[in-house]
Design a binder for this molecule. Sequence first.
Ligand SMILES: [Zn+2]
Length: 330
Amino acid sequence: MKYCVKCGLPESYPKIRLDAEGVCSFCRFYEQHQAGLDDYESLHRLFLAEIEKAKEKARQNRSPYDCIVGLSGGKDGAYLICQLKKVYGMRVLAYTFDNGFSTDFGRQNCERLKKAMDIDHIYISMKDSELTKFYRAALKVTRNFCSICFHFMHYHSHLLASRFGIPLIVNGRTRSQIYQNALEEKGLEPFELSHSLKAFEYQMFGRLLDKLEGNSCVDFLPDAEVTSLSYFTYHKVSDEEKMAYLEKEIGWERPKNAKPHADCWAHAAAEKLFLDKNGFPLRAGELAQMVRSGELSLEDSRKILEEDRRLYQSPDPEVLDALFERVGMK
Ligand SMILES: [Zn+2]
């Protein structure tokens, strides 16, 4: 097996190509664009212009909110809700997609934020028959269980926004999540903003969506015109800064262990399924992007991935059992 000499991704990674120097196509794309993506002064001007546009449009729509933000109880959503309200003076509607996998950690942090920031907050839960149908399909086809949660979070944010006349969705995706699979400017912030659910999901699922066109069972809400902004495209904030800020401002509680996704009880099982199918851990792409941008050394990323393999190779059988029971595959 060959690996990219810069970021360490394996040649089996989807859509990767290694060139004669052993550097992958994701690294090459990032090299070409890095200067622009790190020019935070210009990026911040773009962000401000979109915020002003959204406030104006919300006034025209007589909407009670300027933007909507998804909140799982993790640090990213919580941090940007505070910023949008306090720094940018926005009227924020927060919503939580209740997928039946939430933890006490996540729920308690949602409540803390809601109280401290004095904002409206909606819990959304959907028909279990529909939701589990998608989870089962994901388990059979891609084994990427988390993509279903992402899809329905975005689906409901677009649905809520269009019902309330809210012109803007701000999401808390990290830069490594945004740029990990980038090979073209199409559909990629800040080069192109999305104004619909389909355009937004193109960033994640790419040409898979073109293939689904016409015979898809997925509703992309074609009439919902809403702009999406990824806050961390335009702001440089480290995870440590986010957590320290939240502790001080809202009494936020850090997760008790350093494992990712403390807001989902099934995460270890989702990791195991993905690892078995793909041969690399779920966050391999994100860590490779952190190496590219200089946030992490290649050696440290290897260590983290090895630890993920060890941790998730054989998760607690009870968690796997509970997951299969939750999606009706027991
Ligand atoms: Zn690479």
